[in-house]
Design a protein around this ligand. Structure first.
Ligand SMILES: Nc1ncnc2c1ncn2[C@@H]1O[C@H](COP(=O)(O)OP(=O)(O)OP(=O)(O)O)[C@@H](O)[C@H]1O
Length: 152
């Protein structure tokens, strides 16, 4: 069963270190995905800790919170343009950004391979499951209308 939406984020490394790439990144995203809604924000430490709650025991947690609060982020609700029953947005976005780890991403044709600079500064986020996507969309866009996304 596929899900129509995902929560994507352009992370602070892009806004802080590569601001000139924001426009072309958004054009690349729009070539394959509809951006139903987006907003540039600065995450507070509390919000970052809430968003990454499940990672609180990981060795990279402090580094991750510090990185995600270092500059602006752009959360977006995406829908894959060729969406049908076999083409779910969550998987297509994760394939488009590529693997978490830099060395692996560099060997592939993917956004993290092109823009990421370390395992933490990997430039993009994508929800991992339908349950996560719903939770993360509501986290950033509490009024998002899942039944009528064009109204958002
Ligand atoms: N081994 C690691 N070393 C440093 N940072 C890491 C490591 N693994 C993950 N991270 C950071 O924590 C984030 C969340 O980790 P997770 O395992 O959920 O990866 P992901 O599912 O690929 O990424 P995301 O949830 O951001 O889409 C990663 O995107 C990355 O910024």
């Amino acid at each position: 069963m596929s899900f129509r939406f995902t929560l994507a984020i352009i992370k602070p490394d892009i806004f802080v270190k590569q601001p000139n790439n924001v426009k072309s990144i958004i054009e690349k995203i729009e070539s394959r995905f509809i951006i139903h809604t987006s907003k540039q924000i600065n995450l507070s430490i509390q919000d970052a800790e809430q968003f990454y709650h499940d990672h609180r025991e990981k060795f990279f947690y402090e580094r991750l919170i510090s990185f995600m609060t270092r500059g602006p982020i752009l959360p977006m609700v995406l829908e894959y343009k060729n969406n049908d029953q076999n083409n779910d947005t969550i998987k297509n976005w994760r394939d488009f950004i590529g693997p978490t780890h830099r060395e692996k991403a560099k060997t592939m044709n993917c956004l993290r391979g092109e823009y990421g600079t370390s395992d933490t500064r990997n430039s993009f986020h994508g929800s991992g499951s339908e349950e996560e996507a719903k939770k993360e969309i509501v986290f950033f866009f509490p009024k998002f209308d899942f039944n009528n996304p064009k109204s958002n």
